[in-house]
Design a protein around this ligand. Structure first.
Ligand code: NAD
Length: 371
């Protein structure tokens, strides 16, 4: 069985879909692992480190591979080089760009979009959204702190007192929880809000204040949030507007799967903030929680900086890659048999939930419309 790890081709992507540890584990299971020369460079993993773990380093690794692992959707060139029926697993970006998805299907590979992993306990170790969002939440706070012209912790000095920064986290999923913890560690006064009721306890247990919007619980059975009704949105906006005014840093992480990100911070709310305040919009890739944010730009609006850095986890590639790689290795464990062969059990919830293409066609109900 040949497993291939090509270099990522998406501009600026520093991550890689394997680590020395996962290579070792695949080799132990009898696989031949081929890593593209330089694929780990952006994550500070050298070719030598991959080779020491048992990988073969090459330039044309995808040809003849039974399994190809990627962080992002692979290029047309990689898809073309893959053999018919080979397994492709990675972050295949299933939302939007239907043509790109059709291209994956038409290439004849059996493709698994790891973003679609079901939110069940057994799947936690395979969940790329969680492992990457955790790092993104941390990095959002670090970026905000380095851009902010004031300090986070309170400091009492002979020349006067530096007040603690006020940080507000909107959306308390995986990224939001890590953002709360990070901002608290830096000494800020932290508050947070979400539309899922379960988050209130989590926010309080991290020592932050919960900003409560009295709505019917917006959690879905899949563990995500639903879109709010127009009336609910108006209620939330009224309360948030008042709270945002007094904040130094706002970090927004609110997402609804398969939908554009909800608008939480309107231009009017930005204008009501103090000059020097910083907003980090983690949802910018999906349209943004603030309409003023722009992908990979820092927009300064009336003295408030709005940071729209894309792929924050990718900027911590040294951690993000090993975690991503481990998620993939745990997933492949469902298919790699003890005797070395591969078996795709389509009755398995994690396999069924992530399989988007097979035999030349899109097969996931999200794209076929079947129930
Ligand atoms: P997400 O990235 O989809 O969304 C981020 C947060 O934004 C969520 O908490 C969501 O409720 C919130 N949000 C959405 N719309 C909002 C709005 N209008 N206003 C305010 N907040 C809004 O979520 P996520 O980080 O992927 O995780 C969601 C939940 O799923 C978490 O509780 C997490 O612990 C859980 N989870 C479970 C598993 C598992 O069991 N395998 C894996 C990962 C996450």
């Amino acid at each position: 069985m040949k497993i291939a790890i090509p270099s990522e081709t998406h501009p600026g992507e520093a991550r890689v879909a394997a680590s020395p540890d996962t290579v070792k584990a695949y080799v132990k299971k009898g696989a031949d692992v081929h890593v593209q020369k330089g694929a780990g460079a952006g994550s500070s993993i050298s070719d030598d480190a991959f080779a020491a773990a048992g990988a073969k380093i090459g330039t044309d690794v995808v040809k003849d591979a039974d399994i190809v692992l990627t962080v992002r959707r692979p290029s047309a060139k990689i898809l073309k080089a893959m053999k018919d029926g080979a397994i492709l697993a990675g972050g295949l970006e299933p939302y939007g760009d239907r043509d790109g998805l059709e291209a994956i299907a038409k290439s004849g590979v059996t493709a698994f979009a790891m973003e679609l992993m079901p939110r069940i306990t057994r799947a936690q170790s395979m969940d790329i959204l969680s492992s990457q969002a955790n790092l993104a939440g941390y990095k959002a706070v670090i970026d905000a702190a380095s851009h902010f012209t004031r300090a986070f912790p309170m400091m009492m000095t002979a020349a006067g007192t530096v007040p603690p920064a006020k940080v507000f986290i909107m959306g308390v999923g995986v990224a939001g929880l890590q953002a709360i913890a990070t901002a608290r560690r830096l000494g800020a006064i932290v508050s947070a809000t979400d539309v899922r009721k379960a988050t209130e306890e989590q926010v309080k247990s991290l020592g932050a204040k919960f900003v409560y919007v009295d709505l019917a619980d917006a959690a879905t059975s899949a563990g995500y949030a639903r879109e709010l009704t127009a009336e609910e949105k108006a209620k939330q906006a009224a309360l948030i507007a008042d709270h945002v005014k007094g904040q130094d840093i706002v970090i927004t992480t609110a997402l609804i799967p398969g939908r554009p990100a909800p608008v939480l911070i309107t231009p009017e709310m930005v204008e009501a903030m103090k000059p020097g305040s910083v907003i980090v919009d983690l949802a910018v890739e999906r349209g943004g929680n603030c309409p003023l944010s722009k992908p990979d730009e820092i927009v300064v609006h009336k003295g408030v900086s709005i940071i729209g850095t894309l792929n924050l986890a990718g900027r911590l590639a040294g951690n993000a890659s090993p975690l991503f790689a481990k998620n993939l290795a745990n997933f492949l464990d469902l298919m790699i048999q003890k005797e070395g062969g591969l078996k795709i059990d389509e009755a398995d919830e994690c396999i069924k939930g992530t399989m988007i293409a097979k035999g030349g066609a899109l097969v996931h109900t999200m794209f076929t419309g079947a129930k």
